[in-house]
Design a protein. Structure first.
Length: 101
């Protein structure tokens, strides 16, 4: 089984992140022989993080909190370094949490 990690940076827009996770969950519903995980990099948001529940078709959801706001590109770089050092995966997909990119 191939393992795919979806890396999502987010800053304050938790509502869009929840919507994105639900859309990913629906999109991967009928995809077999792949295991999907999501890693969210919180870029030191100053809006309270709500309870975020792992959607049913996503194997794991991990939220990593940055200590200070560093920007979208820095979150992606940190996330890539993190998954290369800590995760077993075949593919990584970078997505934007608020849909602006």
């Amino acid at each position: 089984m191939k393992k795919i990690i979806i890396l999502i940076p987010v800053y304050n827009d938790w509502e869009s992140l929840i919507k994105l996770l639900n859309e990913i969950n629906g999109s991967i519903n009928n995809i077999h022989n792949y295991e999907f995980s999501c890693i969210v990099i919180n870029d030191s948001s100053n809006i309270q993080q709500p309870n975020i529940f792992k959607p049913s078709n996503i194997k794991s959801l991990n939220i990593i909190n940055m200590r200070e706001n560093r920007g979208h590109a820095r979150c992606n770089a940190f996330g890539i370094r993190y998954i290369n050092s800590n995760e077993n995966f075949d593919y990584a997909i970078l997505m934007d949490g608020d849909g602006e990119d």
